[in-house]
Structure formats: structure tokens, C-alpha cells
Design a binder for this molecule. Structure first.
Ligand SMILES: NC(=O)c1ccc[n+]([C@@H]2O[C@H](COP(=O)([O-])OP(=O)(O)OC[C@H]3O[C@@H](n4cnc5c(N)ncnc54)[C@H](OP(=O)(O)O)[C@@H]3O)[C@@H](O)[C@H]2O)c1
Length: 321
């Protein structure tokens, strides 16, 4: 192979979006059962912005300069061994380690074979890169923890976001009655995704329009929003929450109210990615890409993400398709 360096977007220190700068780095070294992938597109996630700003778990950034990014879609350059089911040229998508920064804002990445699956055939690389981390999180919260099923009332707080738009679809797919919160402009779109009810959080107090919820999928790190979630759960109901800065207080309030609560943390998972890929190719699950940025414009993507009104996903284009 002739290339020895690659383009990447790195941070030298934590801070605002302007800390994301271009760099030439050596190709990653493929070891053991890793797969070397040429990244065609990289999804942008809130956890990337949290690592960039220094709000992520300490230790999320292990080496400096740090290449951010967890989600990727691309093409296999080198498989672990000759008899491996993946071959050079195969199209794959996946999620590298989390919460450690794993470096998909780059032209190449080396990831464990357990972190990726074949790309959904019906999606472009840009679309596929928007799926892994958010859809795995939604699957984990809605399907594995909450066990979404017919007759269950599921409230998705922030239904229009990256995780939320998958959570709404998966809860609906498994037969639950889905209530989603979102702004007025997203109301019709959320119903189209499968929400039975949409509550405009900007103009309606949740507890005035929703009650007796079995499960809350909590995707807003805000004490007032979390308190509203507890207020609408039925006794014995379940709050599945993405990390809240005030988690201990939330869990104590949940217990006092007689509802169950748990956090959730996503893991790379090739088998679930393959299931999600099949659901996408069968038309049962959609990804919405709100905007596409060139890799060099990663800072703009982070600024946009931090406005907190992304519909679905933002994606970085790394290679021309
Ligand atoms: N622990 C894990 O494994 C894990 C994994 C992934 C994500 N997360 C966390 O999960 C959360 C959601 O992530 P994400 O990627 O889905 O975020 P995101 O895409 O950036 O979420 C943006 C969405 O949030 C909605 N929103 C903002 N404030 C709201 C409110 N008060 N009520 C209802 N909706 C509101 C916006 O809808 P409108 O435009 O309609 O206002 C927008 O569509 C983040 O806190 C993230 O860190 C955790």
C-alpha cells in the first residue's frame, strides 16, 4: 500500500468546536482480529461533542492529539485473516469503542471485527454512518431493557433526535403505543415515524396531556424534563435514562415515587448491527440525515449539534461516493 498518512480531524485540547483542526496522521495499525476500514462517512454524536468539550467521562480521551468519532461506514481494506468472512472491498458500518474516543473522523480506522457489520444495502455510506451508535442505543433502551411490546405505553423524551427517532420507530415496530416529545415543527414527522401522540414540549406541560406511561426513554439531560418523566409514569413503571448529571437524585426520586429507574450505556455489537441492517433493508427502520458536512467542516457540525435541534443525524462525508 502506498499511503502512509491520512487526513483526520483532531483536538489538541478540550474546548469549543474550534478546537477541531485538520491533521495528517499515520494510518492506524491493524492488529489481531481488527479490521482496517477506509472510512467513507462518519456519524456525529453528542458523545463526540462531550469528549471535545471535556464534559465526557474522564479518560474518554486516551491519547493526544485525539481523533474524535465513533460511527463509521466504509470499505474493508484489510481483514484479520484469509478465511475471515469479511474481504477487502466489502462495505461495512459500525461503532468503534465507547465512551473512549475511537477516531472515526479520519480516512482510516482499525476496529475489532465485533464492532461492525455489513452495511445495509439500501443505504449510502453517508446514511449508514448515521445509524450505529444512535440505533444501538435505541435498541438497547427500547428493546433489550424496556422490552417494548403491544399494550405498553412508551414515552420517548426527545423523539426527534438521533437516538430518539430510532427509539420511536423501534417502540412502534414492537407494537407499543408511542408518545414522543418534540417541538411543533417535528410533530408531523414524528407521527410519520410511528408516534401515536406527539407533545410539543415548548407549549404543553407534559403531565396535562400524558399519564399512565409504562416506560420512559429519557434522552434529555435536564432535571426539569426528567422530573416530568417521573410525573407521568404509572406506579411500578420504568424510566430508562441516558446519563443524567444528577442521576443519584433522580434515582432517589424515582424510588420514592414507586417507579423503577436505570441508566444505559451503549456497547459496540456486531450482531445487533446486523439485525438493524436487516430492519433497514426491509423498510421497517429509517435513518434521517438532517445535514451532511465535509470532514474538514467537523467544527461546523459540532456547532450545529450543540444548538440541540438536530432532526435525526448529522454526518461527515470523508470520501466521495
Ligand atoms: N449512554 C449512552 O449509551 C448514550 C448513547 C447515545 C446518546 N446518549 C445521550 O442521549 C441523549 C440524546 O442523544 P442524541 O444523540 O439523540 O441527541 P440529539 O440528536 O442531539 O438530540 C437533539 C434533539 O433533542 C430534542 N430536544 C431538545 N430539548 C428537548 C426537550 N426539552 N424535550 C424534548 N426534546 C428535546 C430536539 O428536538 P426539537 O428540535 O424538536 O426541539 C432535537 O431533535 C444525549 O444526552 C446523549 O449524550 C447516551
Amino acid at each position: 500500500m502506498t499511503h502512509t498518512t491520512m487526513r483526520a480531524m483532531v483536538i489538541e485540547k478540550t474546548g469549543g468546536p474550534e478546537e477541531l483542526v485538520a491533521a495528517d496522521l499515520p494510518w492506524p495499525c491493524r492488529v489481531g482480529s481488527d479490521v482496517l476500514v477506509a472510512v467513507h462517512a462518519a456519524g456525529v454524536n453528542r458523545v463526540d461533542a462531550e469528549a471535545r468539550s471535556g464534559r465526557a467521562d474522564s479518560g474518554a480521551v486516551r491519547t493526544w492529539p485525539a481523533v474524535l468519532g465513533h460511527d463509521f461506514s466504509g470499505v474493508v481494506v484489510e481483514a484479520p485473516y484469509a478465511a475471515h468472512p469479511l474481504r477487502p472491498g466489502d462495505e461495512v458500518f459500525g461503532m468503534a469503542a465507547f465512551p473512549h474516543t475511537s477516531g472515526t473522523y479520519a480516512e482510516y480506522i482499525s476496529v475489532p471485527a465485533t464492532s461492525l457489520a455489513r452495511k445495509p444495502a439500501t443505504l449510502s455510506h453517508v446514511e449508514a454512518a448515521g445509524v450505529p451508535l444512535a440505533a444501538l442505543t435505541a435498541w438497547g433502551m427500547v428493546v433489550e431493557v424496556a422490552k417494548a411490546h403491544e399494550g405498553q405505553r412508551v414515552l420517548v423524551q426527545a423523539g426527534a433526535g438521533g437516538v430518539g427517532h430510532f427509539a420511536v420507530q423501534l417502540a412502534s415496530y414492537f407494537g407499543a403505543h408511542v408518545v414522543a416529545t418534540g417541538s411543533q415543527r417535528n410533530s408531523g414527522w414524528l407521527r410519520d415515524l410511528g408516534a401515536d401522540e406527539v407533545v410539543d414540549y415548548g407549549s404543553v406541560e407534559l403531565s396535562r396531556s400524558v399519564r399512565d406511561v409504562d416506560v420512559v426513554i429519557g434522552l434529555v439531560d435536564d432535571d426539569d424534563v426528567a422530573a416530568q418523566s417521573l410525573a407521568v409514569l404509572r406506579p411500578g413503571g420504568l424510566a430508562v435514562h441516558a446519563p443524567l448529571r444528577s442521576w443519584r437524585a433522580f434515582a432517589a426520586k424515582a424510588e420514592a415515587k414507586g417507579v423503577r429507574s436505570t441508566g444505559f450505556a451503549v456497547c459496540p455489537d456486531a450482531a445487533t448491527l446486523a439485525v438493524l441492517s436487516r430492519l433497514i433493508d426491509s423498510g421497517d427502520l429509517r435513518v434521517h440525515v438532517d445535514d451532511i458536512y465535509d470532514l474538514a467542516d467537523a467544527a461546523d457540525a459540532h456547532s450545529r449539534l450543540e444548538q440541540n435541534h438536530t432532526r435525526g443525524k448529522l454526518v461527515l462525508r470523508v470520501a466521495d461516493e
